[in-house]
Design a protein around this ligand. Structure first.
Ligand code: NAP
Length: 230
């Protein structure tokens, strides 16, 4: 049985990914900030005994380190950083909030890097050896024709940069990395007008990772496997 660790698994795309991997017969280590309130996630446990839930606030690095130690004997095939924040919406040039920028940067960029460092040894023991993150098409400079979104766009672009460097550093050891755009998905972040359901997105993302090759490592792909320009 293969094992995946998914962050931010209590709602949205993270919850759908958890269900999709469980239905696919995987052992899922699902993390979220407050497991005691993660009702939908906890309700999956009686049906899927191979689901384990742990508390993890991505920016609590002590907690992340403790979890890494607790899971030291576990071989991870995939570490999937889904947790992320958008930050402020509908602000324009001249209205950027520096403190909010720092918070988004911490969650979307620094925390995933720490995750990669702290779960590297678990991945080295796994078979698939994939470190994947949910990025966003909004990170693409090529596709940025509208401007705005300074905070979210730049943090996801920075995350893509990490994915590329990690691939250069770790591919020689067999670890592949992926920056994935889940599509525009109906969640608290994506909003009600988004065309994709969380299930459609999660099914697509799993399929991309199921067929992920060494040659794709360090790249930026959507949930259908199409490469996205940087
Ligand atoms: N929805 C879209 O259309 C879309 C498009 C492109 C990319 N994405 C990316 O896809 C990922 C999931 O998005 P979503 O739409 O499912 O978002 P969402 O519904 O807003 O859920 C975000 C998840 O991230 C978790 N999270 C936030 N900060 C955290 C922290 N400090 N520690 C641990 N968990 C934290 C949340 O936990 P809490 O419940 O505790 O807040 C929640 O589980 C994000 O990285 C997002 O940027 C989404």
């Amino acid at each position: 049985m293969k094992t995946i660790l998914i962050t931010g698994a209590n709602r949205g795309i993270g919850l759908a990914l958890t269900k999709t991997y469980l239905q696919g017969g995987w052992h899922v280590i699902a993390t979220c900030r407050e497991p005691q309130y993660a009702t939908e996630l906890n309700e999956l446990m009686p049906t899927f005994p191979e689901l384990q839930v742990f508390a993890l606030n991505m920016i609590n690095y002590e907690q992340m380190e403790e979890l890494s130690e607790k899971l030291a004997p576990v071989k991870l095939d995939i570490v999937l950083n889904n947790a992320g924040v958008y930050g402020p919406k509908e602000y324009g040039f001249g209205e950027v909030d520096i403190d909010e920028w720092r918070e988004v940067l911490e969650v979307n960029v620094i925390a995933p890097m720490r995750l990669a460092e702290l779960f590297y040894t678990h991945l080295m023991q796994g078979e698939d050896k994939i470190f994947a993150v949910l990025s966003s098409k909004l990170a693409s400079n090529t596709l940025n024709t509208e401007g705005g979104g300074y905070i979210y766009r730049c943090t996801k672009a920075a995350l893509n940069s990490i994915v590329k460097s990690l691939s250069n550093d770790l591919l020689p050891e067999g670890i592949r990395t992926a920056a994935l755009h889940p599509g525009w998905v109906k969640t608290d972040m994506g909003g009600p007008d988004a065309p994709l359901s969380t299930e459609e997105s999660a099914t697509g993302l799993k399929s991309v990772l199921d067929h992920f090759s060494d040659a794709q490592s360090g790249g930026f792909y959507d949930y259908q496997g199409e490469a996205i320009p940087w």
